[in-house]
Design a protein around this ligand. Structure first.
Ligand code: TEU
Ligand code: CA
Length: 557
């Protein structure tokens, strides 16, 4: 068994500051705007906020390119605003997790400016510089997430630097102990301000093998990942962070870790290894697409169950899961996995929330998910903001597909969907700003907005509020937090049903993923109907009728 920790029954709400709430009419969300909406998050019942980056940044990747770890981006506010946010959140029993983006900095960070200035600058070795191959080409064949190659030539010094993301995001050289010490200082600085921990951006990529070998796997992701993802160096650097910093505070950490298996998940999150509290894996995020080739695949519920079940079982009492349907890099949950048509948007959003919130782990709610915000229909590449959308567009055209095919893929996949301004009410700009929003709204705020959701007791918002409250409830909190998971009917392609059991209590969770009415048979007896996204009353489990997208949480102890 694992030791109980305070974050085990917490629910995290993710804020993408740029798109959350604008307090001063410049069209950009800001920290004061977040403070003004803390009551919304408190009403939902979340007690941790993961704040996407608010540090000073040229915003090449909307803040995931930091130019000063000790400063707040002026467009988002001041250090005083940040300190006020921590205080105001604390008054509501909410902790703030900051986004720690330390695999790379901005190329405008003074460290990189110095590093680039000459071959013998003391900070030269803070980044990863390599000579070209004899023919002048890149030091190896690694690719980048946002550009074809991971290396950029600096004409002045005739060396290449490594960037796994954009060329304005040079990778730090974690092999250099000075770099690691500088990052440890950054963590201490923020933890002393009273934050609750960190979400660690692509932290599983910080270890680069010293010989920089060529990639040999090309179809399964950004080439090179077999060398820089989840290696021993990374685990060692994380344990060093724990020893030097985290172990001195009572904090939670969540590591963002693409390319991970459940075994990696255990290595990262087993408490005795002293690395991180939990990780974000991406297996279920690639269920309906090959990101690398920019190709969409059909969603397969049986495969989805297999993935989720493996994570639930393999980490049970050996680590800790995080549970999510979406974040600022993903399409909108209801459009992607449910249905955003008028008839089923609300009901399917509730069903999807039920599925993840009843699992073992810490659930994450991405801003707008709790009110069922949807994907937008884009018609032209000029409407996208995200640098990854532009990269994918070029990649699709280069693979011989048409511009329309590229837009179709982006309408499904683009990170911009999640970054459209939050819809607070049915007023001008959905209440997000009184100015011109930095990214055009989806314009369905007449139907989808937080005010309407708050006022309607049958809304998605209130359903999510109930899901979150259950995890903390005296009656069901323990079984939801610590119960053993058991999948039922693994080959059922339409319904996801599972049980959770703990200390003599058993919950049965049933989710219909289709628009059809179905009948299913389960063992046991309904002792109590805990939650239902329809108003009806299920009778016998031996012959249970399920309405389209129906979700049930039943006590069958
Ligand atoms: O994302 C890392 C990452 O793996 C993404 O590039 C992902 O592949 C893609 O967004 C869609 O699946 C993190 C941040 O969450 C992202 O916003 C940043 O752009 C990136 O790191 C670089 O910091
Ligand atoms: Ca603003």
């Amino acid at each position: 068994a694992i030791t109980k920790r305070w974050w085990h029954n917490c629910v995290v709400y993710q804020i993408y500051p740029r798109s959350f709430n604008d307090s001063n009419g410049d069209g950009l969300g800001d920290i004061q705007g977040i403070i003004n909406k803390l009551d919304h998050i408190q009403a939902l019942g979340a007690n941790i906020i993961w704040l996407s980056p608010v540090n000073q940044s040229p915003m090449d990747d909307n803040g995931y390119d930091i130019s000063d770890y000790y400063k707040i981006a002026p467009e988002y506010g001041t250090m005083d605003d940040m300190e006020l946010l921590i205080v105001e959140a604390k008054k509501r029993d909410i902790k703030i997790l900051m986004d720690l983006v330390v695999n790379h900095t901005s190329d405008e960070h003074p460290w990189f400016v110095e590093s680039k200035s000459s071959l013998d600058n003391p900070k030269r070795d803070w980044y990863i510089w390599k000579d070209p191959k004899p023919d002048g080409s890149e030091p190896n064949n690694w690719e980048s997430f946002f550009t074809p190659k991971a290396w950029e030539l600096d004409a002045a010094s005739k060396q290449y630097y490594l960037h796994l993301f954009s060329k304005k995001q040079p990778d730090l050289n974690w092999a250099n102990p000075e770099v690691r010490a500088a990052i440890h200082d950054v963590l201490h600085f923020w933890l002393k301000k009273g934050i609750g921990g960190f979400r660690m951006d692509v932290i599983n990529m910080i270890g680069k093998p010293s010989d920089f070998p060529d990639a040999t796997i090309f179809d399964e992701g950004v080439a090179g990942w077999e060398h820089w993802a989840n290696n021993l160096l990374c685990h060692q650097y994380l344990r060093e962070i724990d020893e030097k910093v985290l172990s001195h505070y009572d904090v939670m950490t969540v590591a963002e870790t693409p390319f991970t298996t459940t075994l990696d998940g255990r290595y990262y999150s087993h408490p005795d290894r002293h690395e991180v509290s939990m990780i974000f894996h991406f297996e279920h995020m690639s269920i309906d697409r090959e990101e690398h080739n920019a190709v969409r695949k059909p969603f397969d519920l049986v495969e989805y169950k297999e993935i989720m079940t493996r994570w639930q079982n393999d980490l049970y009492q050996k680590g800790w899961n995080s549970l999510y349907w979406s974040n600022h890099d993903q399409p909108r949950t209801v459009s992607r996995f449910g249905s955003d048509c008028k008839e089923y948007r609300s009901i399917s959003a509730k069903m999807l929330g039920t599925l993840t919130h009843m699992m073992s782990g810490t659930p994450y709610v991405y801003q707008g998910e709790e009110i069922g915000m949807t994907n937008k229909i884009f018609t032209d590449i000029s409407q996208f903001n995200d640098l990854m959308a532009k990269f994918h567009y070029q990649k699709i055209l280069a693979s011989g597909r048409s511009a329309q095919q590229a837009i179709d893929f982006l309408n499904y996949f683009s990170r911009d969907h999640a970054r459209l301004p939050m819809q607070w009410d049915n007023g001008i700009n959905a209440g997000f700003t009184t100015g011109t929003p930095w990214l055009a709204l989806n314009n369905n705020q007449a139907v989808v907005n937080a005010q309407a959701e708050r006022e309607d007791e049958n809304s998605i918002f209130h359903y999510y509020r109930k899901l979150i409250a259950l995890r903390k409830s005296a009656l069901y909190g323990e079984v939801i937090t610590y119960g053993q998971y058991q999948l039922l009917d693994q080959d059922d392609a339409d319904v996801y049903a599972y049980q959770r059991s703990y200390n003599g209590k058993t919950l049965l969770i049933i989710c219909n993923f289709t628009q059809q009415s179905l009948t299913r048979h389960y063992n046991g007896e309904i002792k109590q109907l805990i939650l239902n996204n329809y108003q009806n009353n299920p009778r016998a489990l031996s012959s249970l009728s399920l309405a389209p997208y129906q979700a049930l949480i039943l006590d069958i102890s």
